[in-house]
Design a protein around this ligand. Structure first.
Ligand code: URA
Length: 425
């Protein structure tokens, strides 16, 4: 078998066998298959798709390219993965919340690239917080505290790091089998008992339509279940930012509010729903209602906040040193009416232009900037009332007008968006 033969087979719509997929992934990882052939194969997969068996084989081979975490006997190991959204700070609340319910949560997260923010960037707004833990440091903190949130090490799924870099520059990221194998290989490397996926859908998400998001959610759930991990998914709304804050230090502040039993309703609702999926999958609770009641108690009693503080200390952070937030400038409504629609991706891009996110890997991030969305879809506003606050230590008139343009005001109230669009089990 040669790489050119396999590329031709996929180009012509045939399935690849497990051995053929193993040959390609091993060859690409060790450098014997060059990037130009892997790019051609990724494009053939983009157009022809893959059968479930092929996606499972791809996931498994990518997983085998690196190490897998090992855990001593103890409580279930669980995690949540989000496909990424604007203002999505669920991980920061959920990891300590699940740990406060007695589960172990080794959360390996990413940095922001493009309009959706990154969990690691938000945590790095805390002075001293380390996101470059070794595998043994990660394991030690999970055993002591119950949860950790850190970046991937070099030896976790190296095939994905290499392939994702290539897909990024060859326009082959939005392929359901390639996304499935990329996400699931990294999550399976954590040796989980249960996984929940938060597939975002809407103007601020990778998947813009409900159909695309449901298709991805189904593909992810099928791949997880085939690999023996209890996997479920929620498709959640991303037609406006989750919560009010978008940025790094400001999202951390909102996280702390949520961990104090306060904070915005949508953030709390989605966090509790995702957490309940895991408590049921891990057989800690018999049903969704019992799980949500346990989670609510842990959030409102301060137990989850205590775990968060322990995790911050274990990862070298100093919450008392305070996270710097830049000065505020107010964007006001130009007319009266109801917030009808948001261009959420434009809001995410506005955070990048403030310096709070990256256009390219390696760009530096200003943790102090951000946006506070004061009026959400369905809210009534009067002309001159605040629509948003922009946090920046310089005048940013172009960004202020982009934020104003991204929040559309109409004449009628319309429907309140549903926080959870679909459940996939
Ligand atoms: N996130 C990932 O980790 N991989 C993808 O392919 C897309 C989003």
């Amino acid at each position: 078998m040669t790489p050119a033969e396999l590329i031709a087979r996929k180009r012509d719509g045939h399935s690849l066998s497990r051995d053929e997929i193993a040959f390609v992934i091993r060859g690409f990882t060790d450098g014997s298959i060059p990037e130009y052939q892997m790019s051609a194969l990724a494009m053939a997969i983009f157009f022809q798709g893959m059968e479930d068996e092929e996606t499972a084989a791809l996931t498994q081979e990518m997983l085998l390219s690196g190490v897998r975490l090992e855990w001593p006997a103890g409580p279930p190991i669980v995690d949540k993965h989000s496909t990424g959204g604007v203002g999505d700070k669920v991980s920061l609340v959920l990891a300590p919340l699940l740990a406060s319910c007695g589960l172990r949560v080794p959360m390996i997260s990413g940095r922001g690239l493009g309009p959706t923010g990154g969990t690691l960037d938000k945590l790095e707004a805390i002075p001293g917080f380390r996101t470059d833990l070794s595998i043994s440091e990660m394991q030690d903190i999970v055993e002591r505290v119950g949860c950790v949130i850190t970046g991937a090490t070099e030896n976790l799924v190296p095939a994905d790091r290499k392939l994702y870099g290539l897909r990024d520059v060859t326009a082959t990221v939005p392929s359901i089998p390639l996304i499935t194998a990329s996400i699931m290989s990294k999550k399976l490397a954590e040796s989980l008992n249960a996984l929940v996926l938060d597939v975002k859908c809407g103007s601020g998400a990778f998947m813009k339509t409900r159909d695309q998001a449901v298709e991805l959610a189904n593909s992810l759930v099928r791949a997880g279940q085939r690999m023996g991990v209890r996997t479920t998914a929620l498709v959640t709304d991303m037609n406006q930012p989750l919560g009010r804050m978008c940025g790094n230090a400001v999202e951390l502040d909102e996280t702390l509010d949520c961990l104090a039993g306060e904070g915005p309703d949508d953030l709390r609702y989605v966090t509790l729903a995702l957490g309940a999926e895991l408590l049921v999958s891990a057989e800690r609770c018999t049903d969704q209602a019992a799980a949500e009641s346990l989670l609510t108690d842990r959030l409102d009693s301060g137990a989850a906040r205590e775990v968060f503080e322990q995790m911050v200390v274990a990862q070298g952070g100093d919450l008392k040193a305070g996270c710097q937030v830049a000065g505020e400038q107010v964007v006001v409504a130009e007319r009266s009416g109801f917030v009808a629609k948001m261009d959420t991706e434009a809001l995410g891009m506005a955070v990048i232009d403030l310096g709070g996110g990256r256009r390219r890997m390696g760009d530096s991030v200003d943790h102090s900037v951000g946006i506070d969305i004061r009026a959400k879809i369905g809210d009534e506003v009067s002309a001159g009332e605040p629509l948003a606050r922009v946090f920046a230590d310089r005048k940013v008139p172009a960004i202020m007008s982009r934020v104003s343009g991204a929040i559309r005001i109409g004449d009628s109230q319309g429907e309140w968006p549903e926080f959870i669009v679909e459940r996939v089990r």
